[in-house]
Design a protein around this ligand. Sequence first.
Ligand code: IMP
Length: 425
Amino acid sequence: MPTTVLIGAQWGDEGKGKVTDHLSETADVVVRYQGGNNAGHTIVVGDERFALTLIPSGVLYPQVTPVIGNGCVIDPSVLVKEMAELDSRGIDPSRLRISGNAHLIMPYHRKLDAVMERFLGQQQIGTTKRGIGPAYMDKYSRHGIRVQDLFDPKIFRQKLEIALKDKNKILTKVYNSLPIDPEPIAEEYLGYADKLRDHVTDTSLLLFEAHQAGKQIIFEGAQGTLLDIDHGTYPFVTSSNPTAGGATTGSGIGPKAIDRVIGVAKAYITRVGTGPFPTELHDETGARMVELGGEFGTVTGRRRRCGWLDLVALRYATRVNGLTELALTKLDILSSFDTLKVAVAYDSLGERFDEFPRQQRILYNCNPVYEELPGWNTDISGVRLYDDLPGEARQYIEYVEKAIGIPVTTIGVGPARDATVERTA
Ligand code: IMP
């Protein structure tokens, strides 16, 4: 049974939820390994729409053990709410397993996220304001509070007090904000202990044993390659490693356990928040993509910036993740365009770039070099077999495959669970 890592190959929002959901049909374990409730995975089952932010989307299948790994940051108020919501809709959340080493997002992280962004003014990152960055800052400065600390009230209070000594000085003296009282936080957070106790376990061991037993494991990346703290468009990134390497450090499984790395990319490209975006369209075409693709964020409701497919960035994502195949989503959104453009290189500061530039100054000044491909002007949402797609749609897919050097094995043609065209790798 293969162990699969599923990665966003763009700036997040590629439609990973639907692809994971599809793979989860036969999976035993589905793991989140980074990020927190900044992610939004929407899955449509019949008439029902599930928007999950923290719990792996595999939870919708009864045979799946969903796991939140050590690399995640957890806002317990959100987690508990998401579990209750699933329960109320007939989906049993008791199978959820959580790493005791995952870090907690605290109320002061959310507050800091908001004031730090405000402070940056025009340079702001456009974060989801869920406290993600400040929680990871505490993790790496070794001032973080972890899930396991919830079960030791004395230690929890001690750590909270130490954290707030520092945070309150920053909030009041740097950001001119009100200080935070530890007591209500201690009461709220220690109240989560009983709700989470049965879910917390050594998830690294759980994964090792599942792998040894030949179980099928899926690692569900959140955000995307270009939002990676190391490999993304820094500083306009998230604070974790969505790239494939993050799956091992964020879950405690060795790299040799991984067999497949599937990248997920939209047939065009979108971004929320600020930062460079070479193929961004500010015109009517971009507005049409927003409208046809329903391009508004699951978590914050923000309008996504849209543009033509960027093959330079996609080739980069293929390389840094070691992708073995690609899932191309929302191909149907392009159905009404007469011609389609794809970026094959960039022009920046008088030079041509075939590879994704690592220097911020170059990236900021990139103008895409486009190739034009014919559109198909036909509704493809009912197509389920590759050969039934219009010739122009197949040409588009095969052009992408050739440019990135890996096969496109899954093609999304609509939001429903079954609106997918499968090809074997
Ligand atoms: P943070 O993760 O909230 O710190 O936000 C950092 C950047 O990542 C911002 O540009 C966000 O808009 C972006 N971001 C975070 N999570 C997602 C996601 O799930 N999809 C798309 N963009 C995201």
